[in-house]
Design a protein around this ligand. Structure first.
Ligand code: NAD
Length: 495
């Protein structure tokens, strides 16, 4: 560990603190494999302190009495600080996770738009006056915050994945404990500095990190947590559902995927190839919507595969801080081993290795993996069935549109899907038949604060972004007012 190792601290109740037992997590730069920062590893006691702070801010003090418009203004202040600091936040995220600086910088700037979107919605949350079917009753509903929200995020896009939870949670008046990923926690602590600068009252936003089984489990099963917003893998999600069986917290789950990209015979091939590259080599394939099952019509299969191989050969793999790099390393050594082992086993099963399949020879250090293309004659290959979260696509072939849809739907996931065709009717037909939460037609890997994001089946439930997602951070209270000038009548009959 070098002398210049950065030291981060938890942000709890508006104060910076170490873990109660002094424990730390050392975080590696995946490009150099050198420890560059350390953060506290939250103990059960630390998690409890963060939740107690969040609960206290919810019911007492400035936040509890703030109007929705004031909350919106405060979120806008945070957005402005994020935009101003996007270049340095991008650098931190790139060093810690290996994602391209060109992407982390752009994405962090765009993250500010997410906060602005939810800031604008804060004072548009309305209840209703009900045209009730009883005389002398005035009945109305209120949209109230749910309570303490636990936001648990993975390492691959923490600024963005936090924004889709924290933005609506704060707009609706909740308080939040963010659990940063232990694999790359640094950007979240840089972000916490901006939360402090924006002037949120102590306890409204708390940022901690720690190991899944201590910090994550304690947080998501804490009796005072009422809402869990989780992004991560399905195995962890299943543990989180068990954890929330203790506190009955409402849960939303944004999980993994094995998304199909279908290229029909009439597609614009260049556009389709760009979509496939974006869906598989963008973020080194460490994207939940990675379009890792590429389903090509038999008439264009060879042409598209040849073009993909040519493009894969040209991908600049290297230091993610370099502006010309197109693919950085994977985030962790275990992630690299996971990808490598699935590719090896799939080849042993009979998949054709069209390109890549190994660590690049010219990278001496770092968790790099080549852009990889596998030809798979059918679905029974590990690379077709499992989420790799790496730069690996599995190419399949189809004869007619029905077969394409049946291959696309042959998965336990359902997050994204891509369709490339010049036919308007075919695109609508296919969009309606694919079982996934997001469908991209003649494009891929696009996001917006305005567009709901989320999956079907084992890709999770609940939607992030979009105005509907705000309602997921509220609950409805119904108020009955007897307006009659006589007392309530017979107490033994429910009317
Ligand atoms: P992960 O599930 O291992 O970890 C995610 C978070 O959960 C981490 O902060 C971890 O510490 C925490 N955690 C682990 N065990 C826990 C427990 N028992 N209780 C509570 N929390 C616990 O995921 P990862 O490997 O960090 O990220 C990759 C996964 O995330 C992939 O499956 C990817 O598809 C998914 N992902 C989904 C989306 C989406 O929006 N759908 C976006 C990005 C990533």
């Amino acid at each position: 560990m070098s002398k210049e190792t950065k030291k981060y601290r938890h942000y709890i109740n508006g104060e910076w603190c170490d873990a109660s037992d002094g424990g730390v997590i050392k975080t590696l730069n995946p490009t150099t494999e050198v420890v560059w920062a350390e953060a506290p590893a939250a103990t059960v006691e630390d998690v409890d302190r963060a939740v107690v702070a969040a609960k206290s801010a919810l019911y007492r003090g400035e936040w509890a009495t703030m109007t929705a418009s004031q909350r919106g203004k405060m979120i806008n202040r945070l957005a402005a600080l994020i935009r101003e600091n996007a270049p340095s936040l991008g650098i931190t995220e790139t060093i810690d996770s290996g994602k391209l600086l060109t992407e982390t910088r752009t994405q962090t700037t765009y993250v500010a738009d997410y906060y602005e979107y939810f800031a604008g919605l804060a004072d548009k949350l309305e209840g209703a006056t009900l045209p009730i079917d009883k005389p002398d009753m005035h009945v109305y509903t209120l949209r109230e915050p749910i309570g303490v929200v636990a936001a648990v995020v993975p390492w691959n896009a923490q600024m963005f994945l936090t924004a889709t939870k924290l933005g609506p949670a704060l707009a609706a008046g909740n308080t939040v404990v963010i659990k940063a990923s232990e694999d790359a926690p640094a950007p979240m602590f840089e972000f916490a500095k901006l939360v402090e600068q924006a002037g949120f009252p102590p306890g409204v936003v708390n940022v901690i990190t720690g190991h899944g089984e201590t910090c994550g489990r304690t947080l998501t099963s804490h009796p005072d947590v009422s809402r869990v917003a989780f992004t991560g893998g399905p195995a962890t999600a299943s543990r989180i559902i068990q954890n929330t069986a203790r506190n009955f917290a409402m849960v939303s789950l944004e999980l993994g995927g094995k998304s199909p990209i279908i290229v029909f015979a009439d597609a614009n091939i260049e556009g389709a190839v760009n979509g496939i590259i974006a869906g598989n080599f963008g973020a080194s394939g460490q994207s939940c919507v990675a379009g890792s099952r590429v389903i090509l019509h038999e008439s264009i299969h060879d042409q598209v595969v040849d073009m993909l191989i040519e493009r894969a050969k040209q991908v600049e793999v290297g230091n993610p801080l370099d502006e010309n790099t197109q693919m950085g390393p994977l985030a962790t050594s275990s992630q690299l081993e996971h990808v490598e082992s699935i590719v090896t086993r799939s080849c042993e099963q009979g998949a054709s290795l069209f390109h890549g399949g190994a660590r690049p020879a010219n990278q001496e250090r770092g968790y790099f993996f080549e852009p990889t293309i596998l030809g798979c004659p059918h679905h029974d290959f590990e690379s077709v069935d499992h989420e790799l979260f790496g730069p690996v696509m599995s190419v399949l072939k189809f004869k007619d549109p029905d077969q394409a849809i049946s291959i696309a739907n042959n998965t336990r996931f359902g997050l994204g899907a891509g369709i490339f065709t010049e036919s308007l009717s075919l695109s609508h037909w296919a969009s309606s038949r694919i079982r996934s939460g997001i469908v991209y037609v003649n494009t891929y890997r696009v996001i917006s604060p305005i567009a709901p994001f989320g999956g079907y089946a084992q890709s999770g439930y609940g939607r992030e972004a979009g105005s509907e997602s705000l309602l997921d951070y509220t609950r409805t209270k119904t108020v009955w007012v007897n307006t009659a000038d006589r007392p309530m009548s017979n107490p033994f009959i429910m009317r």
